[in-house]
Design a protein around this ligand. Structure first.
Ligand code: FAD
Ligand code: NAD
Length: 467
């Protein structure tokens, strides 16, 4: 029987990052993963493979749409989905191998099998050969992540009615794809296939795509997607989806309550994800999940059993890899007696469409609902010299600041490489900068980052210059 300071169940970005930090802080650390590769949803079937396919499909789209105007004649450009998937698989396996390397480097013991709690100091691992290993541990960290969600009538059969996992492995480019859910997954994976020539129809229950996002961004993103050929069926209630053998048939009620039938080759179900706690043995220590399926934790990420912690997608909050990572580090440092801190208001969110969408802090609607007096500055991407040079002219940057103090309260943008641009706003907000602070920082020319400076100037005294 092995003895550990901490045993982590789940090797996603929450679990493996926690393991590294615990080991760095001198704890004898074990990590358990039920799959043969480490890295969880993010590395195997989430962030990394989706971005690999987004990049490949973006190259194809540029080759077929903008090369000519740039003066590049590329004849007979074809998308080879099998090679795209192969490259994506290579990226995934290199990245997962990297996590295994980091575990070895930090002397972290890796167990492959399903982990479950036996009692508050004992964890059991059952391997695929059904052999059981018992581990004694001072602390337990639950980092078991999430799985795709679905509602009655849209149960994925994983053949024609698929989740993101199957969409990342399609062997053909569909002529038409239905996507249920106009959220992050639907729009990112929808973008992959849209760029490869698939007609993508999004069926969304809410009156807008990406509900909850700042309304200026929703409006701008809707424009971008429609321009690139997406069809958006908003306020549609899906009644059922059927696999017809060669394709799918979806029946929904539109906002007039009329029945509409849509057909396609595949239907991607992307209506959110649910926390994953199956077989975890929570009941053995008197723990349970809330009505959202999440494990409840306090401000120190402790469950009601003080030596059992939980982080990442399996608890409340944004289902994001970087949020899970911060929580992993928090638990390690808390156990080491340090005083870690996470500012949940400053966890940036990104949608990897093109242009990308990124935001941090509060939306305009949230601030108005809180009764805050605010001022807003915005700057269109098309007014940048850099944007015209690259022919990427769609998008806008919006900065919301406190009317009296000028403190930046929210930054929202649709812009080329917004995923990277948003970090300026995160840093500024972490240090509680004012819009004027950002406006007075020298930004390199010509870059997309000048839009952030201009939006800050617009928020300060309506003094944007290049518009
Ligand atoms: P997970 O990554 O889900 O890892 C949990 C691990 O625990 C899994 O490997 C699972 O097998 C294992 N496990 C579960 N139960 C047991 C058990 N009993 N025993 C042993 N092992 C167990 N987020 C971003 O921030 N940026 C992105 O670009 C992004 N893109 C995404 C794209 C897609 C298509 C998807 C599906 C998700 C994406 N996400 C993205 C979300 C991100 O993947 C998750 O928020 C993140 O992986 C959560 O990390 P986690 O460590 O909590 O759990
Ligand atoms: P989501 O919550 O982003 O979007 C789900 C969408 O489905 C919403 O627009 C919702 O209104 C809609 N919906 C819900 N029920 C519906 C129904 N019955 N019919 C039609 N539409 C319905 O969820 P997701 O896109 O599945 O992504 C899951 C999680 O994964 C997200 O929380 C996200 O944070 C994470 N993720 C992040 C990234 C990223 O950071 N770039 C990428 C992919 C996934």
């Amino acid at each position: 029987m092995s003895n550990f300071d901490i045993t982590i169940i789940g090797s996603g970005p929450g679990g493996y990052v926690a393991a590294i930090r615990c080991a760095q802080l001198g704890m004898k650390t074990a990590i358990i993963e039920k799959y043969n590769t480490l890295g969880g949803t993010c590395l195997n079937v989430g962030c990394i493979p989706s971005k690999a396919l987004l990049d490949s499909s973006e190259h194809f789209h540029n080759a077929t749409h903008s090369f000519k105007e740039h003066g590049i004649d590329a004849k007979e450009v074809k998308a080879n989905i099998k090679q795209m998937i192969k490259r994506k698989n290579d990226v995934v396996s290199q990245t997962c191998d990297g996590v295994k390397f980091l575990m070895d480097k930090n002397d972290i013991t890796v167990y492959t099998g399903v982990g479950s709690i036996v009692d508050k100091n004992t964890v059991k691992v059952v391997g695929s050969d059904k052999k059981e290993i018992s581990i004694q541990t001072k602390n337990i960290l639950l980092a078991t992540g999430s799985k795709p969600n679905f509602f009655p009538g849209m149960e994925p059969d994983k053949k024609r009615i698929i989740t993101s996992t199957e969409a990342l492995n399609l062997a053909e480019i569909p002529k038409k794809m239905l996507v249920i859910g106009g959220g992050v997954i639907g729009l990112e994976l929808g973008s992959v296939f849209n760029r490869l020539g698939t007609q993508v129809d999004v069926v969304e229950f809410a009156p807008t795509i990406t509900p909850g996002m700042d309304k200026t961004m929703t409006k701008e993103l809707t424009k971008v997607l429609k321009k690139s050929g997406f069809k958006l069926h908003l306020q549609h209630k899906v009644l059922n989806v059927k696999n017809t053998g060669k394709g799918v048939q979806l029946t929904a009620l539109n906002k007039k309550n009329e029945e509409v039938v849509m057909e396609a080759d595949y239907c991607l179900v992307a209506v959110g994800r649910k926390p994953y706690t199956e077989g975890l043995g929570l009941e053995n220590v008197g723990l349970s999940t809330n009505d959202k399926g999440q494990i409840e934790v306090n401000g120190n990420l402790q469950t009601s059993i003080p030596n059992i912690f939980a982080i990442g997608d399996v608890i409340k909050g944004a289902m994001l890899a970087h949020k899970a990572e911060e929580e992993g580090v928090y638990v390690a440092e808390f156990l080491a007696g340090q005083k870690p801190h996470i500012n949940y208001n400053l966890i940036p969110g990104v949608i990897y469409t093109w242009p990308e969408v990124a935001s941090v802090g509060k939306t305009e609607d949230e601030l108005i609902a809180e009764g805050k007096e605010i001022k807003v500055g915005a700057f269109p991407i098309k007014a940048l010299g850099r944007a015209r040079a690259s022919m990427d002219i769609m998008g806008t940057v919006k900065i919301i600041a406190d009317k009296e103090t000028d403190e930046v309260l929210g930054v929202h943008m649709i812009a080329p490489r917004a995923a990277d641009l948003i970090m300026e706003a995160v840093v500024a907000m972490e240090y509680r900068a004012s819009a004027e602070d950002i406006a007075r920082i020298c930004h390199p020319h010509p870059t997309y980052s000048e839009a952030v400076k201009e939006a800050a100037m617009a928020a300060t005294e309506d003094r944007a210059m290049h518009i």
